[in-house]
Write a protein that binds this ligand. Structure first.
Ligand code: ADP
Ligand code: ADP
Length: 229
């Protein structure tokens, strides 16, 4: 079934201090089906991040509507949505373990349960043995895995990733792509990956959404036809 949907969604940044208003996105009509892996590609500035912000509830559409599980998003990160950004967003003053545990501790989940889940997430993301390390002691790829593990801990049904491998070297990017695929298979989550790398989109995604230059509209939605079982 449909997991989330954009209906005629646009995003316009109002002008200020002599700058004109900027039409950043849309109108976009897009339906994401539950459990599929989507990639969004398009030139820099076409509105990919803006699209993700709308789905995450980090920004509201200027016109149109955004739905998750049939409910309109009310301008905050919806339950069950996890976001991973390009920039390393780990907390440098916390260990890998504490970074990954952070979200559940905020929610007041008991340490026993957190411990089990952190173990699971570190294993899945290949971080076992590095629990006591600090982010500065890790490679960029490992730090990015910490960020993904931290998002996974919240058991999101919808995982939104904005250029998560953009800062990584080619080899690490390929490895991380494989890990993302494994993760998708294991969790059954709906995944939406924003990338400017066409090869990454074509190799990983079930469905590739192609956007035009600003203001971004969908040019095409292409099924890659990968057998996934
Ligand atoms: P992409 O992710 O495809 O590079 P973005 O969604 O980041 O594109 O940006 C789309 C357009 O909106 C760009 O022209 C960008 O400069 C503009 N934009 C993004 N955020 C803001 C903002 N906070 N204020 C004004 N313009 C913005
Ligand atoms: P805190 O005093 O912050 O509650 P703990 O006493 O639980 O921390 O653990 C101290 C440090 O040991 C943590 O910061 C974490 O990095 C690490 N740690 C905790 N549990 C584990 C574990 N099961 N495996 C590996 N490292 C752990």
């Amino acid at each position: 079934g449909t997991h989330c949907e954009l209906r005629g969604a646009t995003r316009v940044y109002p002008g200020s201090a002599g700058r004109p208003a900027l039409h950043a996105l849309g109108p976009i009509d897009l339906e994401l089906e539950a459990g599929r892996f989507y990639a969004v590609v398009g030139p820099s500035g076409c509105g990919k991040s803006t699209l993700l912000e709308l789905l995450a509830g980090l920004a509201s559409p200027s016109e149109g509507e955004v739905f998750i599980n049939g409910q309109p998003i009310e301008g905050n990160v919806a339950d069950g949505v996890g976001v991973v950004f390009q920039d390393d967003a780990s907390f440098p003053w916390l260990t890998v373990w504490d970074n990954i545990a952070f979200g559940l501790r905020q929610k007041g989940v008991s340490e026993n349960i957190i411990s089990e889940k952190v173990k699971g997430a570190t294993k899945l993301m290949g971080l076992t043995g590095f629990e006591s390390a600090y982010p500065a002691q890790l490679s960029g790829g490992m730090r990015q895995r910490v960020c993904i593990a931290r998002t996974l801990m919240m058991e999101p049904k919808l995982i939104l990733l904005d250029e998560p491998f953009g800062a990584l070297d080619q080899q690490t990017r390929l490895l991380m792509g494989d890990e993302l695929l494994n993760l998708w298979r294991e969790t059954g989550a709906t995944v939406l990956l924003i990338t400017h790398a066409l090869d990454e989109a074509a190799m990983l995604a079930d469905v590739v959404c192609v956007m035009s230059a600003r203001p971004g509209v969908l040019l095409d939605v292409v099924e890659t036809g990968w057998p996934r079982d």
